[in-house]
Design a binder for this molecule. Structure first.
Ligand code: PLP
Length: 461
């Protein structure tokens, strides 16, 4: 191992050419990985994929309510555009910021829907709406800075805040207020270390939406308490998935907020195109966009240009609105069926989400009835922290009844103890959802089955 020279303390600089009297050997590290990588969380919706595969390989049919992926095909007019662009040879490196025709389309659409002015210089295209989350934390946070994010919320917010050494500050959303919040809830979390405030309406995992009045209240608090360089990261990836006549509102539309807000969206949900990997962000200034362009250059160079042309068609074609409307109608029908069905199961209480395609039922009664809370309490201390009562129910549903759901802990660990919820994605066909409901009803009545599942102890997290 090479020995490194001692770094002289300030004021004790070595003279040019002088050789240090002593050298210190760096401490031998025993682990392969850096300490920092150990801080990175994950998105469990992807992690339970291999468990589902094990069950499917046994010939079992799993009802997949775990993934946030619309079960609709990519609309033909978008697919045709992608294919023709490949035929035209748009298969090489392209602008790391995003090709201009797409950035122009994004600027036009975002500006028109939000009533603000947007230039293509402020737009950056990413491989999905997920990458700008981590990149924003790298760009704006130093260790010790604080990131405020909704909890329950998309798990990558907490994962990346921790990873970059920022202090995660969850804003706990309450069922009683339909998992929404106002300025009063946000205000106590803002302090001089705050760098990013994440908003996500319509929300994953709760389907919570926000009114313009609520956003006005939130914006007032931000303008009053947060310095101008604090960035509001407005994750609007579910902007088109709304029910009951709800309309999408963006905080960027409110006076004085455009210059503080990063507006994020993409094609994954609105156009059922999770495999397209096209997302975007509109930054407050072209200078900030340039920083993110450089991050793109460092990480992945660019997003495939043929998919970007498909995304432009998605945004601009008059055919797109009809496919979005059909998808939302289907989600609304499934939501109605599932909310009623879940509420009919003793121990489950489920609110009607206003948008996105998730249900977030409270299963505290079910945990109690099955004995999940007691079972969790009795686990050896080393195992207890790896799981939770709702995780035990999630695992029981998966392994014994083949219904894949997600537990509360998967949507922000910090402060999640004692909260008993599941997330069910309704981006699955109606017949499968009906089967899923029947299986959940049977599972909820199977206390003995649950207890022997716990005794077996094979899949407790
Ligand atoms: C709130 C939220 N933001 C971002 C993403 C990432 O979207 P994409 O697939 O475009 O990367 C998701 C995906 O589930 C999400 O739920």
């Amino acid at each position: 191992m090479t020995a490194h020279p001692i770094v002289p303390r300030p004021g004790r600089a070595l003279r040019k050419g002088a050789v240090p009297a002593r050298t210190i050997k760096p401490k031998a590290r025993t682990s392969l990985y850096s300490a920092q990588i150990g801080l990175l969380g994950s998105e469990n919706a992807f992690r339970i994929g291999p468990q589902i595969k094990v069950l499917e390989d046994r010939g079992l049919k799993v009802i997949k309510c775990n993934l946030g992926e619309p079960d609709f095909p990519l609309a033909a007019h978008i697919a045709e555009e992608v294919k023709s662009q490949i035929d035209l040879g748009l298969t090489h490196y392209c602008d790391p910021q995003g090709i201009l025709p797409l950035r122009e389309a994004i600027a036009r659409t975002v500006a028109q829907r939000r009533g603000i002015e947007v230039t293509p210089e402020r737009v950056v295209v990413f491989p999905g709406a997920k990458p700008p989350i981590g990149l924003a934390m790298q760009a704006y946070c130093d260790p010790g800075d604080e990131v405020i994010y909704p909890s329950p919320g998309f798990p990558i917010y907490e994962s990346f805040a921790t990873y970059v050494g920022a202090r995660p500050r969850p804003l706990h959303l309450r069922e009683e207020t339909d998992f929404s919040f106002g300025g009063r809830d946000l205000a106590p979390l803002i302090n001089p270390r705050t760098r990013i405030i994440i908003l996500n309406f319509p929300s994953n995992p709760t389907g919570g939406v926000v009114t313009r009045e609520q956003l006005g209240d939130i914006a007032d608090v931000i303008k009053r308490k947060a310095p101008a360089q604090v960035r509001v990261y407005s994750d609007e990836i579910y902007e088109d998935i709304l029910f009951d006549g709800n309309r999408h509102h963006s905080i960027a539309s409110l006076p004085g907020m455009d210059e503080r807000t990063i507006i994020v969206s993409g094609v994954s949900k609105s156009y059922a195109w999770t495999g397209g990997r096209v997302g975007w962000a509109v930054f407050p200034t072209a200078d900030e966009a340039a920083v993110f362009k450089n991050l793109n250059i460092n990480y992945f160079s660019c997003v495939p240009a043929y998919n970007q042309m498909g995304a432009r068609t998605a945004l601009e074609s008059p055919l797109s609105q009809a496919s979005i409307a059909r998808m939302c109608e289907a989600f609304a029908e499934r939501r109605d069926l599932m909310v009623a069905g879940l509420n009919a199961i003793p121990g489950i209480r489920c609110r009607n989400p206003g948008g996105a395609f998730y249900l977030f039922p409270n299963i505290a009664g079910l945990c109690e009835h099955l004995g999940a809370i007691g079972a969790h309490r009795k686990l050896p201390i080393k195992d207890r922290g790896r799981t939770s009562p709702s995780t035990l129910v999630q695992m029981f549903l998966l392994w014994q009844y083949q219904v894949a759901t997600m537990d509360r802990r998967s949507f922000g660990r910090i402060g999640s103890d004692g909260l008993h919820y599941l997330r069910l994605s309704i981006a699955t066909g109606l017949e499968d959802l009906k089967t899923g409901l029947q299986r959940m009803r049977a599972a909820a009545a199977d206390r003995d089955g649950f207890q022997s599942f716990i005794r077996e102890g094979k899949h407790l997290w």
